[in-house]
Design a protein around this ligand. Structure first.
Ligand code: TMP
Length: 263
């Protein structure tokens, strides 16, 4: 694991998590094929392994109603107007906040979501060309103002990500979109990394890039390093345990490289 630069944190270096620890709302984002879902699973596992209360859910979905909306949204046979699509993503989001995210945050859990509002801005805003003001208003209703504490944006060259996504085989309705659509989505994600963009979109919360063009293990360590930088007391045990496990299995990894990441 690389040496981390000192940064400002929200927790004192020696503070320990306590029963009164507040919930944390973390999001993983990125275009198709960057390995986001694999990292979402691995991060959840790493945090649970050290006893943290973790709720990991994905968008769209994560509730019975949301899973039905997901099926409708991703089915290549669904014919949806752009506005319908945006409203369905927002509807799934509203249900997820209500049923899962808010109760989990209220009890102090770490909530780890695979995609959130930034995906709507990238896919329905930049990709579909829907007006940002409308997306913002609809999603203010869906989120009730809940803002992620941090979004980890997994980044890699678009061509690499697209080749990985194509290698997965069957593509859903969004994945089947044109190269130009995915280029607009990718550019929107990149733009979201700029301080100016984040200042104009406070509802998205802070967004940081994680270089995902590496082994699955290296990307997991980078994600954990981002969390430790901001919340050392809560996450350093998980980072140490995960890093130790990876060092311990280094010879295995060299002999048997990790399986390719899923989306
Ligand atoms: P997934 O493949 O990462 O599970 O995401 C499902 C698809 O839905 C993916 O192509 C991105 C897309 N999506 C949007 O277009 N808007 C959104 O707001 C969200 C959450 C996902």
């Amino acid at each position: 694991m690389g040496r981390m630069a000192p940064v400002a944190t929200h927790e004192g270096p020696d503070s320990a998590p306590s029963a009164t620890t507040s919930g944390l709302f973390l999001v993983l984002e990125g275009g198709e094929g960057v390995g986001k879902t694999t990292q979402w699973q691995r991060l959840g596992d790493a945090l649970r392994a050290v006893g943290l209360d973790v709720v990991a859910v994905r968008e769209p979905g994560g509730t019975p109603a949301g899973d039905r909306i997901r099926a409708l949204l991703l089915d290549p046979a669904s014919s949806l107007a752009h506005a319908t699509e945006a409203l369905l993503f927002a509807a799934s989001r509203a249900q997820l906040l209500h049923d899962v995210v808010e109760p989990a945050l209220a009890r102090g859990a770490v909530v780890l979501v695979d995609r959130f509002l930034l995906s709507t801005y990238a896919y329905q805003g930049a990709g579909r060309g829907l007006p940002m003001d409308s997306l913002r208003r609809v999603n203010a209703l869906a989120t009730g103002g809940r803002t992620p504490d941090l979004t980890l944006l997994l980044s890699m060259p678009l061509a690499t990500a697209q080749a990985r996504a194509a290698a997965r085989g069957v593509m859903d309705r969004l994945e089947q979109e044109t190269a130009a659509f995915h280029e607009r989505v990718s550019a929107a994600f990149t733009e979201a990394l700029s301080p100016a963009w984040q200042a104009e979109h406070p509802e998205v919360g802070p967004v940081v890039a994680v270089d995902a063009d590496s082994s699955v293990d290296a990307v997991t360590v980078r994600c954990l390093a981002q969390l430790v930088q901001r919340w050392p007391a809560r996450f350093r045990d998980a980072a140490r345990a995960a890093t130790g496990a990876l060092v311990g299995s280094a010879s295995d990894t060299a002999a048997h490289p990790s399986a390719p990441a899923t989306s």
